[in-house]
Write a protein that binds this ligand. Structure first.
Ligand code: OOG
Ligand code: NI
Length: 302
C-alpha cells in the first residue's frame, strides 16, 4: 500500500488497514502464502481493488454522513445500488488516483425494519443529535482515523444483538462492529500468471485452507461477464456485550476481484492496459451474495 505520512487519506487508509489486518487472520495468512510462493514481493505489491463499509440510515449518520470524509479526500460518488431483500442501499466511489482503492458504502434502510428492530436501533443511536463528521477536522488524518475506530453508540446487550440478528444479520453486524473496515479486496488480474484468474486463485486459497463464501456459487459473475468476485467467510470472534455475556459473532472478511479488459480495448498490448481499460464499478447480484460473507449460514455451513 502506497503511504505518504503527510496525506490525510493515506493516514486514514493505512490505519483502517492495520486494524483490519490485525483482526482478520486470513489477511496475513493469504499475504504470507503469496510471499512464500513468490507471487508478490511484499504486501505493497498487492493491489487493493476496493474497501467496503456498512452504516445505518438513521438521523445524522448513514451514507450522507460517512461519505463526507471520502468526498473531501477527492473521491467521486458513482452508481447507486438497491438490495430489496436485505433492505440496503449502497453507492460506490471512485478514487482520486489509480493507486487508491474504490470504496463501496452500504446502509441499512432502518425504517423498513419491524417496529421492534427499529426501536432497538434507535435506542442506541438516539443520542447522536448532530452529524459527528461535521465536528471533525478532515485535514487531520489521525483525527479521522481515530474517529473511525471510536464507538458512536453504546455497546449493545446480547439480547438486542440476537433480536437484530434474527431479523437482519446486517443490522446485528453494524450495531456491534460499527465503521470497522468490512473487507479489502485483492485485484486478481494484477497478479502474475498462474494466479491471475479467479479459478486459479481460488485453487490456491483452497490449498492453504481458506474457506470461501458459496452463496450464489463461489465465483459471482456480472451480467456482462467482466466482473467476477469471490470472498472468504468471516471468522467467529468472541465478543463481550453490555450485559457481560459473550457471544461468537461475525467480523470482517477478504474479497477477490477479477476485472476483465473492456471489449473495446481487447487488442491493446497487455503492458499498456491501465485500470480505466477494465470493467469498473460493481454489480448488484454479485454484491447481494457477497454481503452474506458475514451471515451465520455461510459461517456455519461447510
Ligand atoms: C459489501 C458487499 C458487497 C461488493 O464488492 O460487491 C461488496 C458488504 O459486505 O458490506 O463488497
Ligand atoms: Ni466488495
Amino acid at each position: 500500500m502506497h503511504f505518504d505520512e503527510n496525506n490525510p487519506l493515506d493516514i486514514v487508509l493505512n490505519d483502517l488497514f492495520e486494524h483490519y489486518r490485525q483482526n482478520v487472520a486470513d489477511v496475513d495468512k493469504i499475504t504470507k502464502s503469496l510471499l512464500d510462493k513468490g507471487v508478490v514481493a511484499s504486501q505493497n505489491d498487492i493491489v487493493n481493488d476496493h474497501i467496503a463499509f456498512r452504516t445505518l440510515a438513521v438521523p445524522y449518520l448513514g451514507i450522507q454522513s460517512f461519505e463526507k470524509i471520502f468526498l473531501k479526500y477527492g473521491y467521486k460518488k458513482r452508481d447507486y445500488y438497491y438490495f430489496e431483500g436485505k433492505k440496503l442501499d449502497a453507492y460506490w466511489y471512485s478514487p482520486p488516483a489509480n493507486h487508491y482503492p474504490r470504496i463501496f458504502v452500504s446502509e441499512l434502510r432502518v425504517a423498513d425494519l419491524s417496529q421492534n428492530a427499529q426501536a432497538i436501533i434507535y435506542g442506541y443511536t438516539k443520542n447522536v443529535d448532530s452529524d459527528p463528521v461535521d465536528e471533525l477536522q478532515l485535514s487531520n488524518g489521525k483525527e479521522v482515523a481515530n474517529f473511525l475506530q471510536r464507538p458512536l453508540w453504546a455497546l449493545p446487550t446480547s439480547k438486542d444483538y440476537q433480536a437484530l440478528l434474527a431479523e437482519s444479520e446486517y443490522a446485528a453486524w453494524v450495531i456491534y462492529n460499527r465503521y470497522y473496515l468490512n473487507h479489502y479486496t485483492i485485484s486478481i488480474h494484477e497478479l502474475k500468471e498462474g494466479y491471475n484468474t479467479l479459478e486459479e486463485f481460488n485453487r490456491f486459497l483452497a490449498d492453504i485452507g481458506v474457506k470461501l463464501n458459496t452463496s450464489g456459487g463461489v465465483i459471482k459473475t456480472s451480467d456482462d461477464g467482466l466482473l467476477r468476485q469471490s470472498s472468504t467467510v468471516s471468522a467467529l470472534y468472541e465478543a463481550k456485550f453490555a450485559d457481560n455475556k459473550s457471544l461468537e459473532i461475525a467480523g470482517s472478511y477478504v474479497e477477490f476481484a477479477e476485472r476483465s479488459i473492456l471489449p473495446e480495448y481487447k487488442d491493446m498490448p497487455k503492458d499498456q492496459i491501465q485500470p480505466q481499460h477494465r470493467r469498473d464499478g460493481f454489480e448488484t447480484n454479485n454484491a447481494d451474495k457477497i454481503f452474506e460473507s458475514t451471515y451465520t449460514a455461510q459461517i456455519k455451513g461447510s
